[in-house]
Write a protein of this length. Structure first.
Length: 259
């Protein structure tokens, strides 16, 4: 990892800490609500900018550092397929409730109470509004992050995933896996692998996380032997989408043939 990338991650962590301290400062009378709102917007904008820089890398200050892995258009285009596969393989529960309303009233309450919301009827803008008004409801924020991820809007997805993981301290395995994949695509394989491994520690039957881990180890870290087991685990799924099965089998053959 480059020194500049480490500095970026330290600044992101500091912005997260600053955000966490705002509520306590209001409660202790150190700042008023208006100041808190202004500071929160400032820190959130700062964090979003830093996360975008980290996600869109590479950030390189060492001329001898290896170039990041080449991400082909086919692999980037496969992001949506991978998200669909993740939903199948991890047997994610899709919450569905038709509120019958065009606005955002009641959506957060329904999500927080465990009721379903038909997210197909809610735009990204509406979801952003709900999240802004109810920042600590993790299911809605994760649903929005998943949508951004499936659409390839990685910077937006990363912002919401990291809020859940760092600020809300919700160690969601799918969020960890997807953050790992985006971090890998940004060129930081050494950081990416830890996210995916954490995901599999929480959910050993990790589905698409096996695909992420195999690619990160093989393509990112130059460890073809380390890619074999996760690919074998992935290929055990009978309901694996055919496109993904073909790519996994090809990668497994390449990994097993590597010296």
């Amino acid at each position: 990892m480059t020194l500049e990338r480490m500095r970026l991650q330290e600044r992101i962590a500091q912005a997260e800490r600053d955000l966490e301290e705002i509520d306590g400062q209001v409660a202790n009378g150190e700042i008023d609500a208006e100041t808190a709102q202004r500071l929160r917007a400032r820190y959130e904008n700062e964090r979003a900018g830093l996360l975008e820089t980290l996600a869109n890398g590479p950030v390189v200050d060492d001329p001898e550092e290896p170039a990041p892995p080449v991400v082909t258009p086919r692999r980037l285009a496969g992001a949506a397929i991978l998200v669909i596969a993740a939903a199948v393989l991890t047997f994610a529960v899709v919450q569905t409730v038709g509120s019958g309303e065009s606005g955002t009233e009641g959506i957060a309450d329904e999500v927080a109470s465990g009721q379903g919301v038909n997210l197909d009827d809610i735009s990204n803008e509406q979801m952003e509004q709900v999240v802004a008004e109810n920042p600590d409801i993790a299911p809605m924020r994760l649903a929005l992050a998943d949508r951004y991820f499936s659409e390839g809007e990685f910077s937006n997805a990363l912002t919401h995933y990291m809020y859940v993981l760092d600020t809300l301290q919700v160690q969601d395995p799918a969020a960890l896996a997807n953050v790992g994949w985006m971090t890998y695509l940004s060129g930081a394989s050494d950081v990416a692998v830890s996210f995916v491994e954490q995901s599999l520690d929480i959910q050993p039957d990790g589905g698409i996380a096996f695909w992420y881990l195999a690619n990160i180890r093989f393509r990112g870290l130059g460890d073809p032997a380390g890619a074999v087991e996760p690919l074998q685990r992935l290929l055990e799924y009978e309901n694996l989408p055919e496109d993904l099965r073909v790519e996994a089998e090809a990668l497994l053959a390449e990994a097993e043939a590597a010296p």
